[in-house]
Ligand binder design. Structure first.
Ligand code: FAD
Ligand code: N01
Length: 530
């Protein structure tokens, strides 16, 4: 049996940086990764059009000045191959691969109280022990395909955006169906439409999408950013979401006149990017929210030539309560002759057939189906591991399958000693620039582990009262916004039968960092240590 100081699951941004810090602390560590290489999301998501939607210059590590200086992004929103190349560069530069075991899934992790260690079993039947068990499994790493009747009978090609083949895929001359119009679908649809003989988009919920306004970076701009990085970092640390792309508005929507609001929205539409931060009450006041919602619907009506298609594409829910999307030519795609929009709320999917897809009212013959149906998010990857803490209690049961998540700071949960969750539920995670949130968590965990090693502490565990208070606070903050009011993967409503308490801390990354730092400065307040 192998023994390590720490076991880390996942070799995306989280696992890679965690491994680096553990090594720097002089600890032995093992990373297990299902894929055959590093990259996480950027290893798996190779669908056409995949790119980040946090600007590239912010969507990278900042822990190494040298790394920051030597890597140069080529466009505002880097494409998947470039981000994957970056993560491979990080792995090589810090010589990380030798402690990563690829093609290996962690199937269980049980806390053995008598030993004060985690017993971790992998799908090759091997067992390893470690004092620390750290999850870097990702919030969006478990793809979800709805259980459509007849799914297995389809004779054509099937893809999910989140597990795209590594070989080139051509849709040339094919009839293709895309199910799903979230970020992945919206990125893929314009690209697939350019290749396919005919593209059918099966839309259940219309999507608020705003232009990305992607552009190549010019060298001068990137050099300017690099020269200025310390100051930029300071600004980002004070921000709500982890970028300075568009500072959050300090006014309410109705403090401006209609014409002023319109100007502001027009300007933002031209610049590209999300719009929910333009006024400070857009995500708290439904009336304010409606002003930006109606602006985007107006844009859809302007872009899409056929009024009946524009009407189907116009979302009616609150803007921002589903993760807003950024696109490159998404709505324009519906002006093409080879694209058909099928509203599957009005005409539901009945089954997949050997030759295509059947809705209640029609049959669609297809050569390929792309499932852009998203993820079993936030808890999916954690629950696929049989994680058991003290007294054999499983994490899945403790959190009632997600309905009653309880964490302390999103980093730890009572009853699961020496276990840490990078970007775990009830941290800012997916409503922030995740790379910065990952760095913050990794550095906090690293400092906590160093504190334990220096002070010869064997066990650290969140106190139940501390996590109860944190969870309550987390919900209070969320309930003061519109976010929990929508159906989205944030609360699991995209996955049949799933229900989740709203699992994201919404006070912003700067407030959150201060709280985490204070907990550490106070000797890990809220944790019991032995
Ligand atoms: P991941 O990258 O998801 O890596 C987790 C790894 O853990 C995976 O490789 C997985 O195979 C492995 N794993 C899981 N379970 C096990 C197991 N049991 N055993 C072994 N290995 C396991 N965020 C942003 O902030 N900005 C963006 O622009 C952005 N774009 C995105 C685009 C896409 C298409 C997607 C899906 C997500 C995007 N995200 C974005 C969110 C993204 O999740 C994070 O930015 C970041 O990549 C997460 O890194 P991670 O290492 O925490 O998780
Ligand atoms: O997944 P989603 P995603 N029948 O859950 C539909 C990140 N990301 O992969 O809304 C028919 O958003 C579902 O419909 P509905 C980002 O955080 C970032 O697109 O549930 N349709 C929806 O339209 C993002 O938010 C980028 O009614 C069904 C779609 O499938 C997150 O990952 C790019 C259905 C799923 O949308 C997830 O995005 C990609 C059914 N039975 C991803 N079930 C960037 O740009 C589901 N749908 C950086």
């Amino acid at each position: 049996m192998d023994n390590y100081d720490a076991i880390v699951v996942g070799a995306g941004f989280s696992g890679l940086y965690m491994l680096h810090r553990l090594r720097e602390a002089g600890l032995s560590a093992r990373v297990y990764e299902v894929g055959d290489n590093v990259g996480g999301v950027w290893y798996w998501n190779r669908y056409p059009g995949a790119r980040c939607d946090v600007e590239s210059i912010y969507y990278n590590f900042t822990f190494s000045k040298e790394l920051l200086q030597e890597w140069t992004w080529t466009s505002r929103y880097a494409e998947q191959p470039e981000i994957l190349a970056y993560l491979n560069h990080v792995a090589d530069r810090f010589d990380l691969r030798r402690d990563i075991q690829f093609d290996t899934r962690v199937v269980s992790a049980h806390y053995i109280e008598a030993a004060g260690k985690w017993r971790v079993e992998t799908n090759d039947g091997r067992v390893a022990m470690a004092k620390y068990f750290i999850s870097g499994v990702g919030c969006l790493s478990t793809s979800s395909t709805p259980r459509f009747e007849g799914l297995d009978t389809f004779g054509g090609e099937q893809y999910h955006t989140g597990t795209w083949p590594h070989e080139p895929v051509s849709f040339e001359g094919k009839r293709v169906g895309v199910i799903g119009t979230g970020s992945s679908g919206v990125q893929a649809i314009p690209q697939v439409a350019r290749q396919a003989a005919h593209l059918y988009v099966f839309q259940r919920t219309a999507q608020y999408s705003t232009p990305a306004a992607n552009r190549p970076y010019d060298r001068e701009y990137v050099e300017g950013i690099k020269a200025n990085y310390p100051a930029i970092r300071e600004q980002v640390l004070k921000s709500w979401g982890g970028t300075t792309t568009r500072p959050r508005g300090d006014r309410c929507a109705f403090e401006d006149t209609e014409a002023e609001r319109r100007n502001r929205y027009e300007q933002a539409w031209k610049e590209g990017g999300w719009m929910h931060g333009l006024y400070k009450d857009l995500v708290t006041d439904p009336r304010a929210n409606e002003t930006v919602g109606e602006f985007i619907r107006g844009k859809i009506r302007e872009i899409v030539k056929a009024p009946e298609i524009a009407a189907k594409l116009a979302p009616t829910y609150l803007y921002g309560v589903k993760r807003p999307v950024m696109d490159t030519g998404y709505f324009e795609t519906y002006n093409r002759d080879n694209v058909t929009l099928v509203d599957v709320k009005a005409d539901p999917i009945v089954k997949i057939t050997p030759t295509g897809l059947r809705t209640r009212d029609a049959d669609y013959p297809l050569d390929a189906i792309i499932f852009a149906t998203g993820y079993d998010a936030m808890t999916g990857a954690l629950f696929r591991i049989d994680i058991r803490g003290k007294d054999g209690v499983s994490l899945r049961d403790k959190w009632s399958n997600g309905e009653r998540i309880r964490t302390y700071l999103g980093l730890a949960t009572a009853g699961f000693p020496n276990m840490f969750t990078i970007t775990g539920p009830e941290s800012p995670s997916v409503l922030s620039n995740m790379v910065w949130s990952i760095e913050q968590h990794v550095e906090w965990i690293d400092a906590c582990i160093r504190h334990m090693e220096v002070n010869r502490i064997a066990v650290i565990e969140a106190k139940p009262q501390a996590e109860e208070a944190w969870s309550r606070h987390c919900h209070e903050v969320a309930d003061a916004t519109l976010f929990p009011k929508g159906d989205s993967w944030y609360n699991g409503s995209n996955v049949e039968g799933k229900k989740m308490s709203f699992p994201i801390y919404l006070a912003g990354i700067s407030v959150y960092r201060e709280i985490c730092d204070r907990v550490a400065a106070n000797g890990y307040d809220g944790f019991q240590q032995a």
